[in-house]
Design a protein around this ligand. Structure first.
Ligand SMILES: [Zn+2]
Length: 273
């Protein structure tokens, strides 16, 4: 479990699997054997695993469309806003922000497409969409994209501003992740890969954990002693920058004695003026 004590609340991750399985379009062009992969197959696999993994780490979660049928976008945003209002009332908080962080985040998972044929488009890769810059959503998107870009090599299309329903009609910071292109053969091949689902989930949670300053604990059995040591030090409030200290422990960055001294000072509650 992550340590949320310094936040003063347990963040709520509101999870949206994009479209229902029957939503028209929203599938790959036919593979040579005639099969298609529906966008929901990927989105739902990622959102279901994201819920399991987020709970394992101690986050609160809500799926806005857990049904195996099409759920209207307005139903998705209404369910999210209701849960958000309840959470604000429960925390006695009207702004939705505590200790400088959002109490809830809306995460909508998608797979992109330009055309409905294999040869119609050269677009590929992943992107994160937000309603606009300057708010918490942009900070969250920046952290999540940083980790998404570290896994399977894909074109990083960056952060994009879009007036999508679930970005516009949700009251909490919202991000919409396009994890690849259904009409790009290489990206499409990743859609039914459990390894890619796991990777995307882990990267999203690393980004969210960085935004909240709580880090990330890899799945049991998957973490190195270095990762365990760094997470223990983050939980103890000794260090903050997971990437920096992992690089130091892995010998990829020289030990910076100033960092070491600052880490020591953190344990004593001292600050450099
Ligand atoms: Zn979609």
């Amino acid at each position: 479990m992550l340590n949320f004590a310094k936040l003063g609340f347990t963040p709520l991750l509101i999870l949206d699997d994009g479209h229902g399985p029957e939503t028209p379009g929203k599938r790959t062009p036919p593979f040579p054997d005639g099969a298609v992969i529906r966008e929901n197959t990927f989105n739902k696999a990622v959102i279901d695993l994201l819920e399991v993994e987020a709970k394992r780490l101690g986050y609160k979660t809500l799926q806005v469309a857990p049904e195996d049928k099409d759920v209207a976008l307005a139903t998705r945003s209404n369910r999210a806003n209701k849960a958000y209002a309840d959470l604000k009332a429960q925390l006695g908080n009207t702004r939705g922000m505590m200790n400088g962080k959002a109490i809830a985040i809306y995460i909508s998972q998608h797979y992109n497409a330009m055309k409905d044929t294999w040869d119609g488009s050269t677009a590929n890769g992943m992107s994160i969409h937000i309603l606009g810059y300057g708010g918490e959503a942009a900070k969250i998107a920046t952290s999540v994209l940083k980790y998404l870009a570290q896994g399977t090599p894909q074109t990083n299309r960056g952060i994009k501003v879009d007036n999508f329903h679930v970005l516009r009609e949700t009251d909490m910071p919202a991000i919409l992740i396009e994890a690849g292109f259904m009409d790009d053969p290489e990206d499409a091949a990743l859609m039914s890969s459990p390894a890619y689902h796991k990777e995307v989930v882990s990267e999203i949670l690393q980004g969210i954990g960085e935004y909240y300053g709580v880090g990330y604990i890899p799945e049991a059995g998957k973490h190195t002693p270095q990762e365990e040591a760094v997470q223990a030090a983050i939980n103890a409030g000794i260090i903050k920058d997971r990437d920096h200290w992992l690089a130091v422990l892995n010998g990829k960055r020289p030990i910076d004695l100033r960092y070491l001294m600052i880490a020591f000072m953190n344990t004593k509650g001292l600050k450099i003026k």
